[in-house]
Design a protein around this ligand. Structure first.
Ligand SMILES: NC(=O)c1ccc[n+]([C@@H]2O[C@H](COP(=O)([O-])OP(=O)(O)OC[C@H]3O[C@@H](n4cnc5c(N)ncnc54)[C@H](OP(=O)(O)O)[C@@H]3O)[C@@H](O)[C@H]2O)c1
Length: 331
């Protein structure tokens, strides 16, 4: 029996819980029996022998979990095998996720996370701790939500040298730029509409100033290029200065503009001119990565970069990757 603790019970944590319930029969066939033995948010928790559907209902109805063990007490003391860490991203010091993940790994527990903060701040250290304690830290959901990149490159492009990686790692910026391209409206106006549609946050700076894309680039560079990259190593330019006129000039020459994150000779996030027929010219909130390799040439992966079920997809794929006990029969 795999005992799971879900720490962080917001959009993603609840999405994972829902899929663990919905696909119980299939997942049990693939990974063996499992049970969620703890869920925690910032205010409380439910632990022990409980009904996960009930926990979801409590969180939805009351907006918080009842008083109980704190997330840290669960991570440090409770009996579990797998921590699913889905607390809020903090790229300054990685907390609270960094401590949750470190403590679980130190106890030899496997960890799956969607939280970029701990990996942006301490990728190498966390990998060292997991190796030392003979357990795993998987993080497919941190880069591009449902877009499969980490396991795809490690498995399907095994044997290739990865020469460079570039792509679109922020759906909000891609939404704004692709609408500017089509409608020739100013940045501020489209940003305001994106905020109304909840595609952009009330404080959009993390997205539109390129920091979110840079954070994902740091994770990809560490995981797939094997370099010890930190956020300060990324040259970052956001999209606030892009004008509708810039699109006119670009398009006259057969180009458009997208926010491109690139890891090759240097780490860079910046608005770039791209030919209109290039595979990275996507519309809406899609994410994409173009991986340049020595054997396979260029490979492009496209997918949804965010969303409750989409991000749960990446976490569930890590879950299967960790515990699959037989050849996977795809549904
Ligand atoms: N949403 C997406 O599409 C998506 C996609 C890829 C990656 N991610 C990443 O996945 C993570 C979760 O995203 P989300 O959208 O689910 O965020 P969210 O809805 O804001 O949920 C975050 C959860 O973390 C909890 N939390 C915060 N501090 C905590 C602490 N000290 N101890 C225990 N729990 C704590 C919050 O508690 P309360 O409920 O009490 O506030 C909340 O339940 C983030 O790191 C995000 O960057 C999200």
């Amino acid at each position: 029996m795999i005992k799971i603790a879900i720490i962080g019970f917001g959009t993603v944590g609840q999405g994972v819980a829902e899929v663990l319930i919905e696909k119980k029969e299939y997942l049990t066939k693939v990974v063996g029996d499992y049970k969620v033995v703890a869920v925690a948010d910032s205010k409380g928790s439910i632990t022990g022998d409980f009904d996960l559907n009930h926990a979801l209902k409590v969180k939805r109805d009351k907006k918080r979990l009842p008083d109980g063990l704190t997330a840290l007490e669960i991570v440090k003391n409770l009996d579990f095998d797998l921590l699913i860490e889905t607390t809020t991203t903090n790229i300054e010091d990685g907390e609270p996720g960094l401590t949750h993940i470190k403590e679980a790994l130190k106890r030899g527990k496997d960890v799956i996370t969607s939280n970029k903060g701990p990996l942006v701040v301490s990728y190498k250290e966390l990998m060292k701790i997991s190796k030392k304690n003979n357990c795993n830290l998987l993080f497919e959901a941190t880069v591009g939500g449902a877009m499969p990149v980490i396991k795809f490159v490690r498995r399907c492009l095994a044997g290739n040298k990865i020469l460079s990686i570039k792509g679109i790692l922020n759906g909000t910026c891609n939404y704004i730029l692709s609408r500017m391209e089509k409608e020739k409206m100013p940045f501020k106006q489209i940003l305001a509409e994106a905020q109304e549609l909840k595609i952009a946050e009330a404080d959009p700076s993390y997205d539109v100033d390129g920091i979110d894309a840079a954070s994902k680039l740091v994770i990809v560079a560490n995981a797939l290029l094997g370099i010890d990259a930190k956020l300060k190593d990324v040259k970052i330019t956001g999209i606030r200065e892009i004008t509708p006129e810039a699109f006119d000039v670009a398009m006259e020459k057969g180009y458009t503009i997208r926010l491109i994150a690139e890891a090759g000779n240097e780490l860079k996030v910046s608005p770039r001119l791209i030919p209109l027929n290039h595979p990275l010219v996507l519309q809406g909130t899609l994410n994409a990565l173009q991986i340049k390799t020595d054997l396979a040439g260029d490979v492009v992966v496209v997918g949804k970069g965010a969303g409750k079920r989409e991000t749960a997809s990446a976490i569930i794929s890590d879950f299967i990757d960790l515990y699959a006990n037989q050849t996977i029969n795809f549904i």
